[in-house]
Design a protein around this ligand. Structure first.
Ligand code: MLT
Length: 412
């Protein structure tokens, strides 16, 4: 028998969302009546159809694939130029941010990219993560053998945890010790918090002083409403020398089931070998991509490029307005119910304190049983998430209103 990667045995319980699904399945099987009115606000999965500009582009591209003259086989591993150029122009250059098309790597998902990036990074790196955190950052480091086993409190040895609390507005101060890699996600999943320009500048200064690589997940940037909040880490001077940015079409354009995302690696960004020689991370990722990936499919990239057409821009804005309208409804209802509420103003997630410091899985069970609504327990995002729960604003308007009413009517 082949040996297994034993680091997987260090992982705790299931991945958060499958664990939620397991509990929901149990509930729906034993409560068929309640199951019929179940509303899911757990995983941040979009509910509204793709923008028409995207589906039209998708149909047209499928027709091209059906015609010998326009058929395409393998595409460029890093993405088609038409998409990389549209991203560079619309997401960066038009905001005065210098990211060129050849620094953009198109992929089939930001989740995979934030996980796969470890391929090009050394095992000896000291990793820092915010707590609570999107579980992928932590679990992939456990899988790669970058941690010891978890202690009784569920924290892995070898990881620098940076607690994000109401006291620090869910943006941690830079650590006193040196981290080689730090994962940051703003607008934040799960807390819905944003980082100000000054806070991000503080992180860039820390990174430059300590030779730290920032892995910046900006999957939710489209939901920023406040003009002062940066959309990209590259809006901060010096970030090109210390940060990789991950973006996605999943949440802004509803591509969770369609799959398209991209990663930005500036040309001047380097990592070091054990002898202290600098190497281009862009070149390493390029090499890795060429070996392990054959590119996102042509029709999907055409659909993604349509996000940047005039019609696409309007339609994406409508989707964002829709989900942020839900967030407002959910925020107002939960505040009126007497809950302590965060997020939901620049991000599609509402982050709530559990009343009387109740364990978050207890709140998960209560909301499921009393309101037939699925939320996400904060504990699933890490120790500092305990005592909180998350409501996703990704839903139809009717469901958001219904959830607001049901949760609002619970005896908190
Ligand atoms: C979430 O609910 O945290 C996200 O949907 C997870 C993801 O984007 O993979």
């Amino acid at each position: 028998m082949a040996f297994i990667n034993e680091h997987y045995l260090k992982l705790q319980a299931g991945y958060l969302f499958p664990e939620i699904s397991r509990r929901v399945k149990e509930f729906t099987e034993s409560n068929p009546v309640a199951a019929a009115r179940l509303i899911r606000c757990g995983i941040g999965d979009v509910t509204e159809p793709l923008p028409p500009a995207c589906t039209e582009a998708l149909h047209a591209a499928v027709d091209e694939m059906a015609d010998r003259e326009t058929f395409k086989g393998y595409g460029p591993e890093h993405g088609y130029d038409f998409l990389r150029e549209a991203i560079s122009e619309n997401d960066f250059q038009s905001r005065g941010v210098n990211v060129t098309a050849d620094e953009i790597f198109v992929s089939d998902g930001a989740k995979c990219d934030t996980a796969n990036i470890l391929d090009i990074l050394g095992h000896q790196n000291r990793i820092a993560i915010t707590d609570p955190v999107y579980p992928v950052y932590l679990d992939t480091n456990v899988m790669a053998g970058h941690t010891d086993t978890a202690d009784d409190a569920g924290q892995y040895g070898g990881i620098i945890y940076l607690p994000c609390t109401a006291e620090n507005n869910f943006v941690p101060a830079t650590p006193d010790e040196k981290a080689d890699i730090i994962y940051l996600c703003y607008p934040n999943n799960p807390t819905g918090a944003t980082a100000t320009r000054e806070q991000l500048a503080g992180w860039v200064a820390y990174a430059k002083e300590n030779n730290t690589l920032i892995l910046f997940d900006a999957a939710y940037e489209a939901f920023i409403q406040d003009a002062e909040v940066p959309h990209s880490i590259y809006e901060i001077a010096g970030a090109r020398e210390c940060a990789i940015e991950f973006r996605s079409f999943s949440k802004n354009a509803g591509f969770t089931g369609t799959r398209c995302a991209f990663t930005v690696i500036p040309k001047e960004l380097t990592g070091t070998d054990t002898e202290g020689n600098a190497h281009s991370l862009h070149s390493l990722w390029s090499r890795r991509t060429a070996t392990k990936f054959n590119g996102a499919s042509y029709p999907i990239q055409k659909a993604a490029a349509a996000v940047y057409s005039d019609a696409g821009k309007t339609q994406v804005q409508e989707l964002v307005t829709h989900y942020m309208g839900n967030a407002k409804i959910l925020r107002e209802a939960t505040i009126a119910a007497g809950l302590e509420v965060f997020g939901g103003t620049n991000a599609p997630y509402i982050w709530l304190k559990t009343p009387n410091a109740a364990p978050s899985w207890n709140i998960f069970d209560r909301v499921l049983n009393e309101a037939a609504v699925v939320i996400t327990p904060g504990a699933g995002f890490g120790n500092a998430g305990e005592g909180y729960f998350r409501i996703s604003a990704f839903n139809s308007r009717a469901n958001a209103e219904e959830v607001a009413e049901r949760i609002g009517a619970m005896a908190w």
